[in-house]
Ligand binder design. Structure first.
Ligand code: HEM
Length: 486
């Protein structure tokens, strides 16, 4: 039987098809509160979309610890093999708006939340182990080049390649973006990466640095560029449909969660040998230097019931690490530690952590009170903290973390021209099978054939430095499109 319709205050609605009017023809009556409430709420349905990663899909699941890493971290989640915790994951594209196509060439967000007994651990990563830039101060500029031109309101290959060609540190990720990995076949067939260097702290207060990896058990599958373009028209919600449908059918996607681990001394030795800063997000830690160790399994097995409440209003942040975990000096990570909560205060409001998808699944106590939409407002608990008071005492974030040694004085350091932006990009290029190299050339030549000779030449210079065959291949692909660049 259908449920009776009520107002938001629970009052049964007499008639939801005919507004109350003065006479058969109207005008309408101000006292038709149900009509007014209905129109008012409709007018307020939209909230700001995420400034990046606006188009996304979410699902709940379970994280299971399969291997003992308690020698590295005292996080209670990892205290015993077999421990489980509930999770939420939101996948996304980056540059497009909330209604944009799922198959766009773009990195994919892979944002994992684990509801641990010590609070929410969020690993807000991508499907790529590196990023385009290494300093968060460039992030708004970079993202603007991925959005719309301020005058034409069109996406612009000129803006993108102007930026990339003047930021050679982007070459590593540009190479991945224009390879087949730039158009994954839905969200189930791609890996996830925490990307940054994070840290773990054990019960003895010792720190190691780590990188998190999520390896798809479904196998990597990418879309051919032409199929991605076709699907953008035929089924712009392709990845959402694929994920939701698979979970409804009981085909629960799984990822093996793995770690690269290094001590501070090992990283210092590696940096001396390679010249690469281990906290530079445009670089990876090669597996041969830091092999993957197994940690656990992530399974997604439950679709949210309500997209807006649970996926759109999800608010994940890389700042959310639990005791036994820590950050690193990575300048990108440091900027992100500020950016997410701030964005969510604007996008969702002061008390967004009270929403069910965001609230921790463990007891929590603080002295934050009131503000719009306060739901979990502390009840009758004391609303101030003193050292002497018997209430909750600080013991979480940073607790027992060893001091971080600093290098050099406070200042702005420009590493341009001194850092190696090319070797790892070249290594990635050389790893690609021949057909994938050809795809890379063609995928780059598409947008590059629309831009000026000056920008093309600057970008080709970077490809040449990564590998002469890389530059030659893109030149040939450009020539095939009628752009004959020397
Ligand atoms: C979302 C900022 C770099 C992955 C966001 C949001 C902001 C932001 C403001 C929207 C948050 C929200 O409204 O909930 C930044 C800044 C960066 C940066 C300032 C650089 C300094 C990165 C990097 C990665 C990443 C390097 C991946 C390794 C994501 C993901 C989301 C996101 C996956 C979507 C989270 C979700 O699904 O709700 N970013 N970001 N971002 N960012 Fe970043």
């Amino acid at each position: 039987m259908s449920k009776p319709i009520t107002t938001a205050s629970g009052i049964p609605v007499a008639d939801n098809q005919n507004s109350a009017s003065a006479g058969v023809r109207g005008p309408l009556l101000l006292q038709d509160f149900h009509l007014i409430e209905k129109l008012q709420h409709f007018n307020r349905e939209r909230i700001p979309e995420r400034v990046v990663h606006a188009k996304g899909s979410g699902a709940y699941g379970i994280f299971t610890v399969t291997h003992d890493i308690s020698r590295y971290t005292k996080a209670k989640l990892f205290a015993a093999v077999g421990k489980q915790a509930e999770t939420f994951v939101r996948f996304s594209t980056v540059g497009g708006e909330k209604g944009s196509a799922d198959t766009e060439r773009d990195p994919r967000g892979f944002a994992l939340r684990v509801y641990t007994e010590e609070g929410n651990w969020d690993l807000v990563g991508n499907n790529t182990p590196m990023f385009f830039i290494k300093d968060g101060i460039k992030f708004p500029d970079f993202i603007h080049t991925q959005k719309r031109d301020p005058q034409t309101n069109l996406k612009s290959a000129t803006m993108m390649f102007d930026f990339w060609s003047k930021a050679p540190e982007s070459l590593h990720q540009v190479t991945m973006l224009f390879s087949d990995r730039g158009t994954p076949d839905g969200y189930r067939h791609m890996d996830g990466f925490g990307s940054h260097t994070f840290s773990l702290i054990n019960a003895a207060g010792e720190r190691v640095y780590v990188k998190w990896h999520l390896k798809t058990q479904q196998g990597i599958r990418n879309l051919a560029a032409a199929d991605a373009v076709r699907l953008a028209g035929e089924d712009p919600d392709y990845a959402q449909r694929d994920l939701f449908g698979a979970i409804e059918r009981g085909e629960f996607p799984r990822w093996d969660v793995k770690l690269q681990v290094a001590t501070e001394e090992q990283l210092a030795e590696w940096e001396a040998r390679t010249g690469w800063n281990p906290f530079d997000l445009t670089k990876v830690w090669p597996h041969k230097d830091f092999p993957l160790i197994p940690v656990g399994v992530l399974e997604l097995n439950r679709n949210p019931l309500n997209y807006h409440a649970e996926v759109e209003q999800a608010a994940l942040s890389p700042a959310n690490v639990v005791p036994g975990m820590g950050y690193s000096p990575d300048k990108m990570l440091q900027a992100r530690l500020f950016a997410y909560h701030d964005a969510q205060l604007y996008r969702l409001g002061t008390n967004h952590q009270h929403l069910p998808v965001n609230a921790p699944r463990c007891p929590f106590h603080n002295q934050q009170r009131d503000g719009a939409m306060a739901i979990a407002n502390g009840g009758a608990e004391q609303n101030y903290h003193t050292v002497e008071a018997g209430g909750s005492q600080p013991q979480g974030l940073g607790h027992g973390e060893p001091a971080l040694a600093l290098h050099g004085g406070a200042g702005r350091y420009d590493g341009r021209g001194q850092e190696d932006d090319y070797t790892q990009a070249g290594n990635l290029f050389r790893l690609l099978p021949e057909q994938e190299k050809q795809n890379l050339f063609a995928n780059l030549a598409g947008p590059m054939s629309q831009i000026s000779d000056e920008i093309i030449n600057r970008q080709l210079g970077h490809f040449d430095k990564a590998d002469p065959a890389y530059g030659a291949g893109v030149r040939a692909a450009l020539k095939a499109r009628g752009r004959n660049i020397g």
